[in-house]
Ligand binder design. Sequence first.
Ligand code: MLT
Length: 233
Amino acid sequence: CFSPALYPVYHNPEAIVVVVDVFRATTTMAAAFGNGVRSIRPVATVEEAQAYKAKGWLVGAERNVKRCEFADFGNSPFDYTPEKVSGKDIVFTTTNGTRAITIARSAYRVVTGAFINLHAVAGYCLAYKRDVVVLCSGWQDKVNMEDTLFGGALADILVNTGLYGTGSDAAVIARDMWTNNKKDPAGYLELSEHIARLKANHLEDAVPYCLTLNLTDKVPELVVTEDGVLILR
Ligand code: MLT
């Protein structure tokens, strides 16, 4: 469980990296795939997203929790309905989540995790039996409660199979948080800074959804297309 700033220190090219941004980017992406999106093209900057928009792409873009004016979608999982995204390719940029994905791009495999696809992500990791690094998108390079709690939930599943040790001290702490919290993501709500940000912008409606376990079995995986572009599919 490390923040994007620390990732280069803990980069393990042989590992599976699970990028998490519970509120809301990786929840939104898992929801979009659950609703039939064909691919999501994560880009780190607004300028890249605007360039795609100018070329006619569907774009989801958020900065500081607000939808960017030029974009078709913001960063709420409720924006990506089957009617709007099924079969579509979407360009996506968020304040922290998509930046973390691009930082992790050189790992053996990169997937995105959230509480809504927790068990599916655990199954993906178990199929490879490789080290797992949980990259917590956090907020401006600070690890946050909800992403850490996800890391603890994933660690708890993997360790309980007997195939994994808890690894880093951070993973031990995160797993203890999860088990001491009776494995209920909502237990730490009052400690989540990001919920306050969402509330200040009247965007807290997605919070219960983001904290619900296993709504989809989709695991967005980062791949490089023939023309060298990173997409999740
Ligand atoms: C992020 O990428 O930092 C968050 O998903 C921001 C948000 O909740 O809109």
